[in-house]
Design a protein around this ligand. Structure first.
Ligand SMILES: [Zn+2]
Ligand SMILES: [Zn+2]
Length: 94
C-alpha cells in the first residue's frame, strides 16, 4: 500500500521533471552560466550547505538569476528536490 503510493510519487515526479525540462530551458542556460563563471573566476565553488561536503552541485532557486546558487552535495541535492526519496529508499529496502 505505502510502497505503491511511493512508486506513484516517483513516477509522477519523473513525468513532472520531463515536462519541466521541456518547459524551462533556462535551467540549462543557468547551468552553463555557472560553469563559465567558475572557469572565469567570477564564481567560487562552495561547500554543501547541509554537510559541508566539497563535492557539490549548484542548485538554483531561480533560474533567471543564474549566478545565485545554493551549493548542495549530490545526496542533499536529491533530498532537496525529492524530500520523499529517503522514505522511498527505506520502503524499497525493507
Ligand atoms: Zn550535503
Ligand atoms: Zn537543484
Amino acid at each position: 500500500m505505502i510502497a505503491s503510493l511511493l512508486e506513484w510519487k516517483a513516477k509522477h515526479w519523473f513525468e513532472h521533471q520531463q515536462r519541466h525540462r521541456a518547459k524551462y530551458p533556462e535551467k540549462y542556460k543557468a547551468r552553463t552560466a555557472v560553469g563559465n563563471a567558475i572557469r572565469d573566476g567570477r564564481l567560487a565553488r562552495g561547500v554543501c550547505k547541509v554537510c559541508s561536503s566539497l563535492d557539490v552541485h549548484a542548485h538554483h532557486d531561480d533560474y533567471s538569476k543564474p549566478l545565485e546558487v545554493t551549493w548542495l552535495c549530490n545526496k542533499h541535492h536529491n533530498t532537496h528536490h525529492r524530500p520523499w526519496i529517503e522514505e522511498y529508499q527505506q520502503v524499497a529496502a525493507s
